[in-house]
Ligand binder design. Sequence first.
Ligand code: TXA
Ligand code: MG
Length: 321
Amino acid sequence: MEIIQPEHINRAVTIVRQGGLIAFPTETVYGLGAPVSNEDLIKKIFLIKGRPANNPLIVHISDLNQVQSLAFNIPPTFYRLADQFFPGPLTIVLQKRPEISSLISAGQQTIAVRMPKHPIALELIKGLDEPIVAPSANLSGKPSSTCVWHVIQDFEGKIPAVIDGGSCEYGIESTVVDLTTPSPCILRPGCISEDLLEDALGIAFKKATKMEKKASPGTAYRHYAPEANISVFENLHILETYLDQKERKKRFFMSTENLSGFYLVNPSNLYALFRQANEENAEEIILVSCLSRLEPALKDRLEKAIFYSQKPTPFNHNVQA
Ligand code: TXA
Ligand code: MG
């Protein structure tokens, strides 16, 4: 896989124009991009990731004017949020224009739009002169990529190039907010919190219903989890009792508090630590954390990881993107 330096984004533009998929950095995680008008490449994204066709993709824009070509009936609340949080780690679900490929929206009538803050992502979109459709640049069943090495691990020999933007600033995916429902709701927590969004709009959000969550199936897949089971302990005392009673295993120790001998987890290194645990063939991940006290985005990803890590790997692993 070719590693393109940020000063050579033209090279990435050429590769995409010749029909290649490109991985690129954003401020949240790396994305795997294709131009919004290129259905063949968009199909390739699903194929290469092993992503279920019912999981819609986010369209990344570099200019607010591009929204009108993607969505219609755009509510004033969109512009209020865009004004405050674009460019940045916020994705907004709007009503999709019928001419936009339903591959992107996975057959739904809505379209998710975000303007990334990362200069490389913005330059790539500008270079291609159209919005870029991009999921996180990870294989099915793997955590999102937060550096070039993760992209290489997952896609060596499968995509022609990645643009090197170093490590991602936030490390977890954007907040997804749905503005097509009667009142706005958060489909995926991220670093732009519900409080910030409520303040910006001056209204209280409601909890996403099961139906609304169904519209956002990506929030339910196993890719947030490492391969080993995660066991959670609120404090060291409980952990010690547990370890005394258990057989010896290859364990990977992490904590959301500063503890000696433990990796200190935060949103920006969470996925890198999960990948490290996989590489070290850890049989069990020990997490010391008081989950209820964590910020919602980190709590969400850890809870999902715990839940899915404790489930047996499904028969058809490819269905879990
Ligand atoms: O930070 C991010 O959002 C990263 C970077 C690359 O931009 N992208 C990302 O994409 O996380 P992906 O495909 O891994 O996750 C997209 C999420 C999924 O949970 C998907 O179900 C949801 O957004 N989504 C996309 N379009 C949607 C729509 N029309 N309605 C509801 N949910 C949607
Ligand atoms: Mg993803």
